[in-house]
Write a protein that binds this ligand. Structure first.
Ligand code: GLN
Length: 567
């Protein structure tokens, strides 16, 4: 009896220990850092997002962070033509466009905890110093800055209760401003050697006169990483071509990365193919091995089916994006409006059509109004968000054309405001109707600035002071918009300073431009919709921030449906 008791308690203890061991292994969060080599803008963001998608498909609770090396506290004060889109989170943060990729690939909502800049890190450390949080010690760049970076990563992990945290460091290794982020990785890895993996996304050029893929720049990038005390565990070899055997061997030898952990990442027609392409090379399980974990199955079936749908959508739908002169050419446009572009794509593939997007400079219509007729060739017109006075009259003429010629129209933020101005001028007969952003002496201020915002403008408080983030909106029954959403209450993300003037609401509504969405607390107009038109909707918010590859945004979905002629 005693013997069997002893036997059982030993047995129990044994299993208890095993159980605790498994739990300890299971619950220790893992950190995958994605850093760049050679060039920026070669797909670090999509790599981060794709690794995230794979980990999620393995059943891990996954989140992603972006660390940007500049001093700006957020991306809101940076020129989108140079820096790319400002991506807004529900909780009012103005972040980097890569955050949009993470949300889209992982199909999760991120928060301000998922984003940091050097400015934000320093701001916290300095504020902590001012409030005696360091208890009289000397506050230094090292260790206090990396400590704050690590603290932010860990707080985000806790907040999202994540098993896997993927962190992208902006820019490339070897840049002076990156050093403290790399130091943070080094320290985190030193404390948790099995829980940190480093992925170097590097570019392998194929110089035209050689016609051969070159590994040398990546070798240099790998050395720069070594100088920071880090060794890449995996290299994602971006380039025009596949990574072949000789070059894989070179990378392995000169960069000290296992041959099988050199991943081929050639250009592909759609970024949404990347999770499948990575999985073909077993990227997920290779990372798990680096992180001292057992392999796991990946359920990528929805991604495979989605990619198939993309390839099968061959009938074209052509959408014009009309805006002011977009700066340095179409290269930067794609980045400035990335969420709009992706939203159109998601909606098009859902409708089994292939999206063709064209950029139309509204100033052309100001120079030569006959050019407006060229808009006839488009199946739909979008006016995206914007600021300032340039090209505005051209945009208003384009909106009038879309309204009168019954071309499906979707106005996003400024695109909604200008649609109401166009309607006031040409349907309500209010000559000179305008937004006070452009003309503060207009006789008919259709778009106004509220007293709160007026104070911000007067005091030059521009950073983080717009109407930002998620706001509720109630939809009016019996409208196209309500039908599209399939619900009466929605929440959407905002980023604007000006608002529709409620004094014009009734007049506009009864003349046919209906107010169909209103914020319940402030009574601000959030959505307008035109009667007797195949599709003419303007939103004060930015629906593009909430579209997901396999769950297109309802308004984009219905807009494309109308554009392909099914209304
Ligand atoms: N300029 C307008 C405003 O500030 C619209 C902003 C936007 O389109 N995001 O209200």
């Amino acid at each position: 009896m005693v013997e069997s008791l002893v036997y059982w308690s030993c047995f129990e203890i044994f299993f208890h220990v095993i159980f605790l061991f498994i739990m300890a292994k299971k619950t220790r969060p893992k950190y995958i850092f994605v850093v760049g080599g050679v060039l920026s803008g070669v797909g670090k963001g999509v790599t981060t997002a794709s690794i995230g998608a794979i980990m999620k498909a393995k059943g891990f609770k996954t989140t992603a962070l972006k660390a940007d090396p500049y001093i700006n506290v957020d991306a809101g004060t940076m020129n989108p033509i140079e820096h790319g889109e400002v991506f807004v989170t529900d909780d009012k943060d103005e972040t980097d466009q890569d955050m949009g990729n993470y949300e889209r690939f992982l199909d999760i909502d991120l928060t301000s905890m998922n984003y940091m800049t050097t400015g934000r890190v320093y701001q916290t450390v300095i504020n902590n110093e001012r409030s005696m949080k360091y208890k009289g010690r000397c506050v230094q760049v090292v260790p206090h800055i990396p400590e704050e970076i690590i603290g932010r990563i860990k707080r985000a992990q806790k907040h999202h209760d994540a098993d896997m945290v993927i962190i992208e460091i902006g820019g490339t290794v070897g840049e002076y401003e990156n050093i403290l982020f790399l130091e943070a990785i080094r320290e985190l890895k030193m404390a948790n050697p099995d829980d940190v993996a480093v992925v170097l996304v590097s570019y392998l050029p194929v110089p035209a006169h050689l016609g051969e893929m070159k590994t040398k720049p990546t070798q240099h990038a790998s050395r720069l990483l070594n100088q920071a005390g880090l060794q890449a565990d995996m290299i994602v070899a971006r380039g025009r071509m596949e990574l072949d055997k000789p070059r894989r061997e070179k990378l392995a030898t000169f960069c000290g990365v296992q041959k099988e952990n050199c991943i081929s990442a050639p250009d592909v027609p759609s970024i949404y193919e990347i999770p499948s392409r990575f999985e073909d090379q077993n990227v997920g399980n290779k990372l798990l091995k680096i992180l001292d974990m057992s392999p796991r199955k990946t359920d990528l079936a929805p991604w495979h089916a989605f990619v198939k749908k993309i390839h099968n959508s061959t009938k074209e739908v052509t959408i014009a994006v009309v805006g002011k002169y977009f700066g340095t050419g179409s290269f930067t446009l794609a980045d400035s409006y990335i969420s709009v572009i992706e939203s159109v794509k998601h909606a098009a593939w859902f409708n089994n059509v292939k999206p063709i997007l064209e950029w139309v400079d509204s100033e052309e219509f100001e120079k030569d109004p006959k050019k407006l007729l060229e808009l006839k060739k488009y199946d739909g017109i979008i006016v995206p968000g914007g600021f300032g006075t340039r090209g505005i009259e051209g945009i208003i003429s384009a909106i009038q054309f879309a309204r009168e010629k019954k071309i499906p129209y979707l106005g996003l933020c400024y695109g909604m405001q200008l649609a109401t101005i166009e309607f006031a001028r040409h349907v309500l007969g209010k000559k000179g109707a305008h937004t006070v952003e452009v003309n503060d002496k207009t006789p008919h201020p259709i778009i106004i600035v509220n007293p709160f915002q007026a104070k911000n403008i007067a005091e030059e408080k521009y950073g983080g002071t717009m109407r930002l983030g998620a706001y509720d909106c109630d939809l009016i029954a019996g409208t196209q918009t309500r039908k599209a959403y399939g619900t009466a209450h929605i929440s959407e993300r905002h980023r604007h300073r000006y608002e529709f003037n409620n004094e014009y609401r009734e007049e506009m509504d009864s003349a046919g431009l209906k107010v169909v969405g209103v914020n319940p607390e402030s009574d601000l107009v959030e959505i307008v919709e035109l009667e007797n038109h195949p599709f003419f909707v303007g939103t004060q918010f930015h629906p593009e921030f909430k579209s997901r590859p396999m769950r297109p945004h309802p308004l984009f979905r219905e807009f494309v449906k109308a554009a392909k002629g099914e209304k």
